[in-house]
Design a protein around this ligand. Structure first.
Ligand SMILES: [Ca+2]
Ligand SMILES: [Ca+2]
Length: 216
């Protein structure tokens, strides 16, 4: 992760005369230094540790969607280098519910299990796969999908200290009864029309209150 490093090397001949050595050729002294055509060279150490990148999920690996959210994008990141074409494999599996309850299986379940391989071309730093979540009409606790990345290729690496390779998609219930007090209900569709209700004043006459609702 240091990038390319360079340094210079300087070459020199020892002073043989100080060592009591006479440098001669056929009895003729050879001047010291003339044997070096070049006495300085630059050495470059090419960093190949992370040039192809480290691949993982977003920080924390946590994704959230309502159960009626449809196709949920799962962003995968590539950092510490983006050279060359690399790939990463992914898969999903049923995760535990945060409160320890047994996940409710409804038809196909809470989501459509998926797996595959993402390709990052040269210079590409993020990609996306999708998890299809399945709506139901029952009140249920939050369900989770375990997300797993594995088998990086093309020189890419995985490193949990940089980006997590395991994550969680939380599927939130959208039934009315489960919407916490004070929060907007994403499933509420009032439609339009007329609503009637009656108010009674204590000890007084009966009155009728009419309210019209416009769906905007
Ligand atoms: Ca629902
Ligand atoms: Ca539900």
């Amino acid at each position: 992760m240091d990038g390319n490093q360079t340094f210079n090397v300087n070459l020199s001949l020892p002073n043989l005369s100080t060592l009591g050595v006479t440098n001669t050729l056929g009895g003729v002294p050879i001047p010291i230094g003339l044997a070096l055509g070049q006495d300085t060279a630059t050495i470059t150490i090419v960093d190949n540790d992370v040039a192809n990148g480290t691949i993982g999920l977003i920080t924390g690996g946590l994704y959230t969607a309502f159960e009626n959210g449809g196709s949920i994008p799962i962003t995968v990141l590539r950092t510490n280098g983006s050279s060359g074409t690399v790939t990463i494999s992914y898969l999903t599996s049923q995760g535990p519910t945060p409160n320890g309850a047994v996940p409710v299986v409804n038809g196909l379940g809470d989501f459509v299990p998926t797996n595959g391989t993402l390709t990052f071309v040269d210079g590409q730093t993020n990609s996306t796969f999708f998890v299809q979540v399945i709506d139901n009409s029952t009140n249920n606790p939050t369900h989770t999908v375990t997300l797993t990345l594995f088998n990086p290729t093309g020189g890419a690496t995985t490193n949990n200290a940089v980006l997590p390779i395991n994550g969680t998609l939380s599927i939130l219930d959208n039934e009315v009864a489960n919407v916490p007090f004070g929060n907007a209900d994403p499933a509420f569709g009032p439609g339009s029309g007329r609503m009637e209700t009656f108010l009674r004043w204590r000890g007084s006459v009966r009155r009728r209150l009419e309210v019209s609702i416009a769906n905007k």
